[in-house]
Design a protein around this ligand. Structure first.
Ligand code: 5RP
Length: 290
C-alpha cells in the first residue's frame, strides 16, 4: 500500500518559473525533441560544435585516413562534440555504448564515377529513430544538374524529421564548375534555410563569409575541404568562427593531419576557447611531440 502524501507546502509563489529563449539562432520555435537534439550537437555553453566528418566513403570509398575507422577514427571520437557518418559505419564499427551524438548521412546514390548531384534520400526515418540520431544530413546541389531533386529531397527529409523531432543538416555541395564565392554561398545556404533546414554546412571563403552567416537565419558550420597545412586549417576555422559560424564539420583536415588527436584538440581550442590559430598551432605541436 503506497504511503498517502500529505500535500507539500513548497510552492515558491515568490519565484517566477523561468521561460528561456533557446540559445541557437533561428531555432526558438522548434519542438522540445528538436531542441534537445540540437543541444547535444551544439554546446549550450557557447552555441558551437566540432563535428567530426567521416562520411566520405558513401560516395568515394575508403578515403585516405578512413581505411580503418576502427583503428584510426575511434580514438578521435572522445574529442569531438558530434560524429557525422553513415549508418553502415555506425552499425559495423561503433559500439552502441558510444554515447556521442550522431549526425547520420541520409543521402546517397552516385559514386565519384557518376554525376554526384543525382542523389536520393538513402534511408528511412524509422532507421534514424532506431539509431537514436541527433540529426540527418543531406547534400544540396545548387546550380548542379539535379538541383531541384536535391532541394526537394531535403524538404522531404525535413518533413520526415519534423514528425519525430529530428533536425536536418543541409550540406551545400559545390560542383567543380561553380564559382565558390560569397554570392553563391549566400544563395545556397539561404535556400536551405528558407526551405526548412535546421542548420547548414557550407565552405569557408576568404571574401565576404560574414555576409553568408548574416544572411542565413539558422546556424552555419563549415566543412574543412581538402587537406591543407595544419596552421592554415586552424586559421580557416578561426576566421569562420569569428565571422559568425557556429562550428566546424571537419574531416580530412583532422584525420589526415600528422597527429589527428592533436589536431582535434587544437581545433577544439579555436572553436570553444576562441584561441588564436597561432596559439592553437603551438598546442598542436606540443601535443604532437608527446
Ligand atoms: C561529404 C561531406 C563531408 O562530410 C564533408 O566534405 C566534410 O569533410 P571535409 O572536411 O573532409 O571536407 O559532406 O560530402
Amino acid at each position: 500500500m503506497p504511503e498517502i502524501d500529505s500535500e507539500g507546502k513548497n510552492y515558491h509563489q515568490d519565484i517566477k518559473q523561468k521561460s528561456e529563449l533557446f540559445f541557437l539562432k533561428g531555432s526558438n520555435e522548434l519542438g522540445w525533441g528538436m531542441k534537445n537534439r540540437l543541444s547535444r550537437i551544439f554546446n549550450p555553453r557557447d552555441g558551437r560544435t566540432i563535428m567530426l566528418a567521416i562520411d566520405h566513403g558513401y560516395f568515394q570509398g575508403p578515403t585516405t585516413g578512413l581505411e580503418r575507422i576502427d583503428v584510426n577514427i575511434l580514438p578521435l571520437v572522445p574529442y569531438a562534440d558530434t560524429v557525422m557518418l553513415t549508418r553502415g559505419i555506425l552499425r559495423s564499427t561503433f559500439a552502441p555504448s558510444v554515447t556521442k551524438p550522431i549526425v547520420i548521412r541520409a543521402s546517397g546514390g552516385p559514386s565519384i564515377l557518376k554525376e554526384l548531384s543525382n542523389e536520393e534520400i538513402a534511408m528511412d526515418i524509422e532507421d534514424s529513430i532506431r539509431l537514436n540520431v541527433c540529426a540527418m544530413a543531406i547534400q544540396i546541389f545548387i546550380g548542379g544538374e539535379y538541383e531541384s531533386r536535391s532541394v526537394i529531397n531535403m524538404t522531404k527529409l525535413v518533413d520526415m524529421g519534423t514528425r519525430y523531432g529530428i533536425p536536418t543538416l543541409a550540406v551545400t555541395a559545390v560542383g567543380k564548375e561553380l564559382t565558390r564565392d560569397a554570392k553563391y554561398f549566400r544563395l545556397a545556404t539561404r535556400i536551405c534555410a528558407e526551405l526548412g533546414a535546421h542548420y547548414v554546412k557550407t565552405y569557408y571563403i576568404d571574401e565576404g563569409f560574414e555576409t553568408v552567416t548574416a544572411a542565413c537565419p539558422v546556424p552555419i558550420v563549415i566543412a574543412g575541404g581538402k587537406k591543407r597545412p595544419e596552421l592554415d586549417a586552424l586559421k580557416m576555422a578561426y576566421n569562420a568562427i569569428q565571422q559568425g559560424a557556429a562550428g566546424v564539420d571537419m574531416g580530412r583536415n583532422i584525420f589526415q593531419a600528422e597527429s589527428p588527436v592533436a589536431m582535434m584538440k587544437a581545433v577544439g581550442a579555436v572553436v570553444h576557447e576562441n584561441e588564436t590559430p597561432e596559439k592553437a598551432f603551438d598546442l598542436y605541436n606540443t601535443l604532437k611531440s608527446k
